[in-house]
Design a protein around this ligand. Structure first.
Ligand code: MRU
Length: 344
């Protein structure tokens, strides 16, 4: 299932705010609307928003391709700034925009029309590489999953959160495809319900046994011995191994440690912020509290009550058993082993 792809000269995005009850694909050519789709979470998930931003830069270039070179470059700055302002936490967004900017710098001698073709290729490459990285992560991560294991996952780190296949769900898919008889508990993931709406949808569609639970049930399932491992995705990993991921991941990690259950994070190296020393520096997106006060448009909290809605939390590296990347599985000490990934 591809949530973001180029077709007939348009960017196609599956509307993830409507799943699982409606399957709608929107078409885009305006980079401003692509930026808004990221803000509105029509497309979401760290790798998927990186891929989308790459295409956003390409569509910006297409819009300004007939401008004089200096105007073109000024406009492209605006395009990149707008796309970078959409969501602050997932580093893949900034990574993809930087990659597009680097291509512009490397081809500064070219005319805008020529550059547009190069930017299109780069956006397509980012998309294709993301799928390959998910496949490679799946291959490495499946080794950590045993026959008959039951895995807990939080949020949606599936095909819908990437260009295809998924990170955490890619590992689960690869283990399933390898013939391991595994099953999954999916946390519903309040308040945006990515687990209930997207993870349960994806796994169910693929015939991978999945049981949906509310977030507050995870500890009790662990206590009863029903969970053998946790696998989640990530939005940004600091070079010491601290992991920002969907709010609630930290609680799951603490519970996993308390029950002696391995806590795995599956993420491509595009999710690693090699320049960031620790998770303390990660900016946590605060979202509209209407996501808490309303469920499916129905008000569930009193008018005027104070609310907070941090969209992500940071799990300290001490709580992470291993990080599964496309280059292999990384174990502690992360401050030594993560920087090595940059060179390999
Ligand atoms: O707010 P979202 O839905 O964009 O958050 C998504 C997550 O937190 C995912 O777990 C993360 O991006 C990894 S996706 C492969």
């Amino acid at each position: 299932m591809k949530p973001v792809y180029l077709e007939d000269g348009e960017l196609k995005l599956i509307d993830q705010t409507k799943l699982p009850t409606e399957f709608i694909v929107h078409s885009y050519t305006d980079y401003r609307k692509i930026a808004k789709a990221i803000v509105d979470m029509i497309v979401r998930g760290a790798p998927a928003i990186g891929v989308t931003a790459g295409y956003g830069v390409y569509f910006g270039a297409l819009e300004y391709e007939n401008e004089p070179k200096d105007v073109f470059y000024d406009k492209m700055k605006e395009v990149c700034v707008l796309l970078a302002s959409t969501r602050p936490t997932a580093v893949n967004l900034f990574w993809a925009i930087k990659r597009m900017e680097d291509v512009m710098v490397a081809n500064a001698d070219k005319e805008p029309v020529e550059l547009v073709a190069i930017l299109k290729n780069e956006a397509q490459a980012i998309c294709a590489e993301d799928i390959q990285m998910c496949r490679d992560m799946g291959r490495h991560g499946a080794e950590l999953i045993h026959q008959n294991d039951t895995i807990l996952t939080h949020c949606n780190a599936g095909a819908l959160a990437t260009a295809d296949y998924g990170t955490a769900l890619g590992v689960i898919r690869a283990a399933h495809e390898a013939g391991k008889n595994i099953s999954v508990y999916a946390d519903e993931t309040r308040p945006f319900l990515q687990g209930a709406r997207l993870t349960a949808y994806e796994l169910h569609a693929d015939g991978i046994p999945v049981t949906l639970i509310t977030d507050n049930m995870a500890g009790w399932m662990m206590k009863q011995g029903k969970i053998d491992g946790v696998i989640v995705g990530a939005d940004r990993i600091a070079s010491n191994g601290d992991v920002a991921n969907k709010i609630g991941t930290y609680s799951v990690a603490v519970l996993a440690k308390a029950h002696g259950i391995p806590m795995y994070v599956a993420a491509p190296t595009s999710t690693i912020d090699f320049a960031m020393k620790s998770g303390d520096e990660i900016v946590i997106e605060q979202r509209d509290c209407r996501e808490i006060s309303h469920i499916g448009g129905v008000q569930v909290a009193p008018d005027g009550v104070t609310m907070e809605n941090p969209a992500f939390d940071v799990t300290p590296h001490q709580n992470v058993t291993a990080i599964i990347t496309e280059k292999g599985v990384v174990y502690p000490p992360y401050d030594i082993n993560i920087p090595k990934l940059k060179e390999s």
